[in-house]
Design a binder for this molecule. Sequence first.
Ligand code: HSE
Length: 321
Amino acid sequence: MINIAIIGFGVVGSATYDVTIQNAELIKERIGDSVKVKKIVDVRDFDNHPAPELLTKNFDDVMNDPTISIVVESIGGLRPSYEFTKKALMGGKSVVTSNKELVATHGVELTEIAKQNKVSYLFEASVGGGIPIIRPLKQCLAANEFNEIFGILNGTTNYILTQMREEGRPFAEVLKDAQQKGYAELNPSADIDGYDTCRKICILSWVAFGKGVDAEKIDRKGISEITAKDIEKAKAAGCVIKLIGRAKLIDGEVYCTVAPEAIPLDDPLAIVDNVYNAIVVRGNFVSDVMFYGQGAGGRATASAVMSDVIEIARTIVASRT
Ligand code: HSE
């Protein structure tokens, strides 16, 4: 049995719990052992929690349980995620996260701490929701030199732009809808002002080019000033407006930008609508590869979280023999 803990039982944490229950048998078959959620940490009270017996408000209950080997951090934000992650890694527990802010800010340091403690810090779910992108960059495309990565990296803004264009719905109404669907960040300014896309392009740049960039310093423009008129103008010109994150390697330096762009209708990015994301990776041997899928929402993100849990669990199982 491989025991895990989930810290933060919001949209992603609760969907991660669901996948461990719903797909328990097939996950067991694929790993060769079962994965069981042993503790769920959240400071909130829940009326209808699916597993109240697992709930605790105290993270030390996880640290004091030596049978828990993997911690899923789905709290979001920097505090107390940073402290909890550091504590878990230093205590010999691997950590899996969907927290792009934490990975973009402290990912290099936390990965180093994981290495020193012979555990893993994995973050597939931090970019592109359910789209596999971190592992493909590190493994399947590892033979390539990358010179550019770009794409639609935020589901909320893509949903808003699509609904404004296709349905003529007002910005504020669609944003509310995205919040209800569990796509938007707690503070939706992170989505609409482009901060979330900055964090994701910063993580991609680190993974692809081996060079971290400061997400705060990225040249950034969000979609809050996009009007119905802008959308109409783009339409008349045979384009759609998309919020694009871009990282380019030029003479050994990484240049990142986040801004709305007019994308011609014959560009594959133009048909990426609603909560879907797409990421184009340019490699010197493979040429262009595009990854496409649902970029936000609990179930899609939980799929990516569990892929990291499964990767670590397989290593644990292999080390027993
Ligand atoms: N708020 C984010 C988005 C969630 O809309 O893309 C997934 O990272």
